[in-house]
Design a protein around this ligand. Structure first.
Ligand SMILES: [Zn+2]
Length: 336
């Protein structure tokens, strides 16, 4: 790398790995790599590890700015609320901490990881042709982020993308990871999809639980009879369900449809409040492809208000790089 060139750095921080990248002023990604997230000792090594790794990779070039995406709410002035995935139990003043580790770097930007990923998709990915995009990431949980061209929306408490915790089913009996009940991610994440399938198999076999009944009643659609490929599996994953659905397994198609209903219902709330031009579906579960996208489109069309019924719903394009691009965009917006 040329000495003397100014570089812009990104760190997309996840619970198991941190994705790092360096770009030039045009946003061209010149280098990207990953390091492990060290959550030991209350996560106190995470920021020093990132800063050391970035400094070691610049090849003598100056860092013109650093952007970081955090897996949790981040306020506009860069304070991360307690971040369980990183082991951070107390609020962390990110600008103060990074300024000490990287003295002299003129621009430091911080945001929620999913919000940054939305900005990345809008800039370089599936949102390129749009002026606003809502990115929904379906993984272990459900994340979300909204970006308008040149503007990332964090909200007063940094919680503008926390759609995984939109309450959908106030009659749920099992608590969500957030401590409340009936949140979207209890149904529309990879874990939620498996739980849904297990619940519905219980209903089918007559071993009804109170919880399952609520799901059935909420959606008012009946469960298909007949065998399912899941009958022969002792344990199964969301991927198994999607694979079987793709092969035409009626029960798995039904589970997929319910996930689409739950997510579509939540997306209709989002349309009523911020009305994005496009919904982008990303995260590990989105690799299931059209079988899931079609179910989500169907669920959304069922619940959206008429004026928003035709909002585009499409797959995200940048995969794991979306967050890196979003962090670099944040920095370049602050520099320019
Ligand atoms: Zn929750």
């Amino acid at each position: 790398m040329d000495t003397g060139k100014v570089l812009y750095a990104a760190a997309d921080i996840g619970g198991t790995s941190i994705k790092l990248g360096l770009s030039d002023v045009s946003g061209r990604l010149l280098d990207k790599w990953e390091i492990r997230t060290d959550t030991s000792d209350g996560g106190r090594n995470i920021l020093p590890d990132i800063c050391r790794s970035l400094s070691g990779r610049t090849g003598g070039s100056l860092l013109g700015g650093v952007g970081m995406g955090i897996p949790g709410p981040v306020s506009e002035d860069g304070v991360a609320a307690s971040c369980v995935n990183l082991g951070w139990k107390e609020p962390t003043d990110l600008p103060a901490a990074v300024r000490e580790l990287l003295p002299g770097v003129p621009v430091l930007c911080f945001g929620n990881d999913a919000t940054s990923a939305a900005a990345g998709e809008l800039w370089m990915g599936a949102g390129k042709q749009y002026d606003s995009a809502y990115l929904i990431t379906l993984g272990t949980g459900v994340g979300g982020g909204y970006a308008e061209r040149g503007n990332v929306i964090c909200g007063a408490h940094g919680a503008a993308g926390e759609i995984g915790h939109i309450p959908l089913n106030i009659e749920e009996s099992v608590p969500c990871s957030c401590g409340r009940i009936g949140c979207l991610e209890q149904y529309a994440s990879a874990n939620g999809m498996v739980r849904l399938a297990l619940n519905l198999l219980e209903i089918r076999s007559g071993r009804r639980t109170e919880n399952s009944l609520h799901i059935e009643r909420l959606l008012r659609i009946s469960i298909p009879e007949g065998p399912t490929g899941l009958d022969s599996m002792e344990v199964f994953s969301a991927k198994d369900i999607c694979d079987l659905a793709r092969e035409g397994d009626p029960f798995c198609l039904y589970v997929t449809e319910i996930l689409g209903e739950c997510l579509g219902l939540a997306m209709s709330y989002i349309s009523c409040t911020i009305d994005p031009e496009v919904f982008l579906i990303g995260g590990g579960l989105s690799r299931a492809g059209s079988i899931l996208l079609d179910a989500i489109r169907k669920g959304y069309a069922k619940y959206a208000i008429p004026v928003c019924r035709h909002t585009a719903v499409t797959g995200a394009a940048l995969g794991n790089d979306a967050g890196i691009y979003g962090c670099i965009r944040m920095v370049l917006d602050a520099v320019q």
